[in-house]
Design a binder for this molecule. Sequence first.
Ligand code: NAD
Length: 372
Amino acid sequence: MNSRRDFLQKVSLGIGVTALAGLPATAAAPSVPLVRAEKQLRVAIMGLGGYANIVADAMQKCTMATLVGVVSGTPSKIDTWKKKYNIPDKNTYNYETVSELKNNPDIDIVYVTTPNSLHHKHVLQIAATGKHVICEKPVADNAKQTREMIAACEKAGVKFYIGYRLHFEPHTRELIRMRESGELGKIMHVNNYMGFKSGDPTQWRLKKALAGGGAMMDVGVYALNGARYCTGEEPIWVTAQETKTDPIKFKEVDETITFQLGFPSGVIANCGTTYNFNNFERLYVIGEKGFVELSPAFGYGPIKGRTNAGPMNMPPHVPHQTLQMDGLADIILNNKPDPHITGQEGLKDMIVVDAVYESIRKGGQKIFINKA
Ligand code: NAD
């Protein structure tokens, strides 16, 4: 049996993907009753907004990760979360008391889900408490901040992860496996885009001081991160162009950006992102022997995909955050090698984001990436 068929047969039984992603089998097979592992990764969430709620709900189906604490500046949210998730008083903090986490032996890791431009400050605060950190994307405002976050975590001896949930998602895992195994042949071209029409004009995502940037920062990083896992290479040059059709709403942040990444092999990834229209979500990687197209590719799913061999038959959809948090727990608790979700991976993305903005500032000039 060839490896692809073998894989697809295993996933139809609900076991293959979890093995590939290093996950406990129950996480990817909703029909299997939830049995919690003896060892649990004990997680606190910092910043109880929209995404924190999605992560918390998804974690209720985890077998190896448990939500045990919160950090929030809003007492009413702390009360709601305490009741909803059975969180004890002693595991609740606000932004003034967060340093006291260092005295709490019942929390292993803090998941930072605050607005982008607060990530730097909050990750530094958590690292100083001696807790591991997982931080949402985009990791920071720029590569400089990201380097400081990595250094702070290294100095404190804590692990630093980025919330790259797709690295635990079955279609994405399968595409990476196909590329790594050579089934796609030499990669020739990548075409990724991710965007949506943003709503409320008063939201923090449109304020540079809290968002760091616009569509590029928020969802352009999916197209960019995807280009890196489609090729398995790091870009060596970047060109980028920005269009602003609504200069009032997008006064402070970028609206629509197209960008091109040049890789050492000669492959070019043609990518795009927007905050001003919908139906802009696709990953397309073409090799000499085959292709993978995911559409939708980067949202909460279900992700859909096809390859040169036909539709991708993946197991039933499980919330990405369930797979992600169980996967992370497995890595940390069982000392498994870190996959592409570390602070260093966030840094590789931020170096490119910096280059995208630099190219736009310089009228689309080609920016050569200096990794130093
Ligand atoms: P949100 O506005 O819903 O939540 C942000 C939370 O941070 C709120 O609870 C808010 O009260 C709190 N906060 C703390 N200090 C604040 C301040 N000074 N100003 C404003 N809010 C403050 O936003 P969200 O959609 O939950 O996004 C949070 C983070 O999660 C962002 O970095 C975003 O990029 C990321 N995110 C990731 C995904 C994903 O799929 N991985 C999806 C959505 C959001």
